[in-house]
Write a protein that binds this ligand. Structure first.
Ligand code: IVH
Length: 668
């Protein structure tokens, strides 16, 4: 391909990808599969690598991040970023509305909106291209976080339609609950401290110097204000609706995220509606915002020193109740971390019954000076689990202070607390039941060995029956043993055994991740596997060699060394080696040659491997992955739900069609 063709192709791919991104993230109505989207993105990536001179800063490939920032540049806002005056009282909202009516003396329309609990952002578009994104900062000056904002899929990189040539749109970046929970789950699995709430996490993430981190964290954004439109529209509501036509994801009026009304009753109705409904939203709001709609009237009302007179925020009271602390119990996590849990007299809070609240760690208990039977204040904020924020000391009747336990409640080993750490740990990693069970669950999880069909309950039963003592036990399970279990049929038993067998093909980096070494998450496992190449080299690596690896710091290095110093772990590693798990990084060139010269197309969904894993296996065994069936295709690996057209083309061309099982046989 020559440069002219490449340039045209890149532009075309960018257009197509931006269009499908918009359909998927903004309109929620994708027209192509994720797989096809990824294929297009890969083609663009490839071309951009070959012709870097045509790579645009707003290329859809920038969504995945990768660019690093040394330090965020401070920039002055073109329009100062003001804050809102706010109140917790409905009466004050009525006073505000009365003041507005008096001072304007015309028919007034109001716009009611959600008050998103995130981080404010201003995004500038020039000629339809995203050119800058600036945080609020002190309102005068903010930080330029453009590269990071480009990774947020709901923020368009390139506009469509009759957009103004230079304007700014403002909104709020936040982290949805689901994403926050997932992130904390991953952190818990890697033995890292949990994040406190979605708001702070979103704010911290947006200021990450590595845009890849931002991309992976999947922040989201709603946009609620336009600046520099030069009265293109008469009012705020109309501008927001117009912005939708340019490709922005605006708060949907059909869900009452934004609403126009001309009366105080309308405003109150909106407040009451969301006061009830806010707990059902997939993200946090901390109130609602009321704005005068007409730009003309906004100008007449003007500003105070800090905030506009034409807008006000009504803030929700936090969800808080008082209840009785009945007991404190202690949970032992997979990493041995001990979490104290407050057992409460059940109480209604924010639409759910609360029976338990997290107490985080020993310091928290100390700080609250908790006594058994205390009346405690429980609050539900952005966190999924409610927390105790205070004690009603005046009502205290009990003298029994709560002391943090000294022995593990599961295995009676003495707990340890490392210097500088808030958490207590049970050090009995290899025999403390919840730690072992947790390690098995982690080992078989999707991102590690991906062994389907073994839920936490089954692991519990297998462990309690003594059928598995650690992860190596999985490989000695028999069909009859499995069939003996409740709710395990022949088909599931077979599938499970097949999954266990197939896991021997899983790459070294994933085996390493699966071992559940503290602080060795997915990325760290990848780096270690890549740097040391095999288990023996890693086992023998000294501290200096470990911290020499990119992204490996002291904490991780110590943890890795600690793991390999434990004789029980070494024995486990030996058993796993004997079983035949991948203990070395297989370089693609060095793999088996069984598929050499063959082109294989993968289609549909599979039982044992994911589509990407099958592709990896094809390449590792010297085959080529084809994107569509053609006369050059040798094999079509057909999964479930495959399109009939593909099957027909393959049959017509005489391509050999094989199942997943046949493929596994072919390469093993
Ligand atoms: S309008 C001059 N609308 O709340 C008016 N702000 O306390 C500027 N916020 O800094 C703000 N949702 O970060 C507006 N629908 C909404 C909002 C909203 C959340 C945040 C924003 C602002 C802060 C003001």
């Amino acid at each position: 391909m020559n440069a002219i063709q490449a340039k045209a192709e890149i532009e075309q791919l960018m257009k197509v990808l931006n269009h499908h991104n918009h359909l998927y993230y903004v309109q929620n109505s994708p027209e192509i599969s994720d797989y096809d989207f990824d294929q297009l993105l890969k083609s663009l990536e490839k071309l951009e690598k070959e012709f870097p001179e045509f790579t645009s800063v707003n290329s859809p490939t920038k969504r995945v991040g990768g660019d690093l920032t040394k330090k965020f540049q401070a920039v002055t806002h073109r329009y100062p970023m003001l804050s809102l005056s706010n109140t917790y009282s409905e009466e004050e909202i009525m006073d505000w509305e009365n003041r507005i009516k008096k001072s304007i003396n015309e028919e007034i329309e109001y716009v009611c909106e959600l008050k998103y609990d995130g981080v404010a952002i201003g995004i500038r578009y020039e000629n339809g291209q995203l050119t800058a994104a600036v945080t609020r900062g002190d309102g005068e000056k903010g930080e330029l976080v453009t590269t990071n904002v480009r990774t947020i899929r709901t923020v368009p990189l390139q506009l469509q339609g009759d957009f103004p040539l230079d304007f700014e749109i403002r909104g709020e970046i936040f982290m949805p609950h689901e994403q926050f929970a997932l992130l904390n789950q991953e952190r818990e699995e890697a033995g890292e401290a949990l994040y406190a709430n979605p708001r702070n996490t979103a704010s911290g993430t947006l200021k990450s110097l590595d845009s890849k981190v931002v991309s992976e964290r999947k922040l989201d954004c709603y946009l609620y204000g336009l600046y520099g439109l030069n009265d293109l529209q008469t009012g705020h509501f109309e501008s927001v609706l117009k912005a939708k036509e340019w490709g922005f994801r605006i708060p949907p009026p059909e869900n009452r995220f934004i609403e126009k009304t001309n009366s105080i009753q309308g405003i109150m109705d909106f407040i009451h509606f969301w006061n009830e409904e806010r707990n059902n939203l997939p993200f946090d709001i901390d109130g609602i915002v009321i704005k005068v709609n007409s730009y003309d009237q906004q100008r007449k009302l003007g500003f105070t020193a800090k905030s506009p007179r034409w807008a006000i925020a009504y803030k929700f009271k936090t969800n808080q109740v008082e209840t009785l602390l009945e007991a404190v119990t202690y949970q032992v996590g997979r990493t041995g971390a001990i979490t104290p849990v407050a057992n409460l007299k059940p109480v209604q809070l924010g639409g759910t019954t609360v029976k338990r609240a997290s107490l985080h760690n020993a310091d928290q208990i100390e700080k609250l000076d908790l006594h058994l039977g205390d009346l405690v204040q429980v609050e539900k904020g952005g966190e999924i689990i409610p927390k105790i924020v205070g004690v009603n000391v005046s009502q205290r009747t009990s003298l029994e202070r709560i002391h943090f336990i000294e022995m593990c409640p599961e295995c009676q080993t003495e707990l340890i607390r490392k210097e500088g750490e808030a958490q207590h740990y049970c050090p009995n990693e290899t025999a403390c039941p919840p730690q072992v069970k947790g390690k098995i669950a982690h080992f078989i999880s999707r991102k590690a060995m991906n062994i389907d069909g073994l839920g936490e309950e089954t692991i519990e039963v297998l462990f309690d029956k003594g059928l598995i003592k650690d992860i190596s036990g999985l490989y000695h399970l028999t069909f009859d043993q499995l069939l003996d279990l409740d709710r395990m049929g022949e088909k599931s038993a077979n599938n499970l055994l097949k999954g266990v067998e197939a896991s021997k093909q899983i790459s070294f980096e994933r085996v390493l991740f699966g071992l559940g070494i503290r602080f060795v998450g997915e990325t760290v496992a990848k780096k270690l596997a890549h740097a040391f190449g095999n288990m023996d080299a890693l086992k023998q690596a000294n501290f200096d060699e470990l911290i020499d690896v990119e992204e490996i710091g002291e904490k991780i290095a110590i943890s890795v060394q600690h793991y390999f110093q434990d004789s029980a772990n070494l024995a486990l590693i030996d058993r796993l080696k004997e079983i035949g798990l991948s203990f070395e990084t297989i370089k693609k060139e060095q793999a088996s040659a069984v598929l050499s010269g063959k082109v294989l197309v993968v289609s549909g969904t599979f039982e044992t491997f994911s589509r990407d894993e099958i592709k990896e296996l094809i390449e590792r065994n010297s085959g080529k992955v084809g994107s569509s069936v053609s006369s050059k295709t040798d094999f079509l690996i057909a999964g479930a739900n495959m399109g009939p057209a593909k099957l027909k083309t393959a049959t017509n061309l005489g391509v050999v069609i094989i199942s997943e099982d046949e493929f596994i046989k072919l390469i093993s």
